[in-house]
Write a protein that binds this ligand. Structure first.
Ligand code: FE2
Ligand code: FE2
Length: 153
């Protein structure tokens, strides 16, 4: 099982497990392209290489989007411990992330590549670190408070 950087660990087993799997998929996505992180356009690679990348990226992206969707549902089930406003803001961020991926795939519809690794990493970097720090750590703390012994009325 892949591990999470300590500052992103929430202490909630299911949440941390999903985040770790998402990080592992991000690493796999980043490793598909030999020139990721450069400005090298995909069109400079030969067509066979482009097809292989497209196939691999499509597969990993599908897996990532599916896992992200089920992860969001899992987190949202626990949001009864948040105020309605807090829960709405957190759910809104989930919806934003999901639509960022949908926009990315739609905008590349006529290109040979479903999404370039650099485009995917931009969204992922923002989300995996930013969202966890800004929203998930607090949700995990509130779940912990709501379920800790001694809190029962
Ligand atoms: Fe999360
Ligand atoms: Fe979240």
């Amino acid at each position: 099982m892949p591990t999470l950087p300590p500052f992103l660990r929430t202490g909630q087993t299911e949440m941390d497990r999903d985040h770790a799997r998402l990080f592992a998929l991000e690493a796999n996505l980043a490793s598909v392209c030999a020139v990721a992180g450069t400005d090298e356009p995909c069109e400079r690679c030969d067509p066979d290489r482009q097809r292989q990348c497209d196939h691999r990226i499509s597969h990993l992206l599908e897996e990532f989007i599916g896992l992200a969707a089920s992860h969001f549902r899992n987190e949202e089930r626990h949001m009864v411990c948040l105020s309605q406003d807090e829960a709405q803001r957190h759910k809104y961020e989930h919806a934003e992330i999901a639509s960022a991926f949908a926009r990315l795939v739609a905008q590349n519809r006529d290109r040979p590549m479903i999404a370039r690794p650099s485009e995917i990493s931009l969204i992922l970097h923002d989300w995996l670190d930013g969202h966890i720090v800004q929203y998930d750590l607090d949700l995990a703390r509130r779940i912990q408070m709501a379920t800790s012994p001694g809190r029962a009325a």
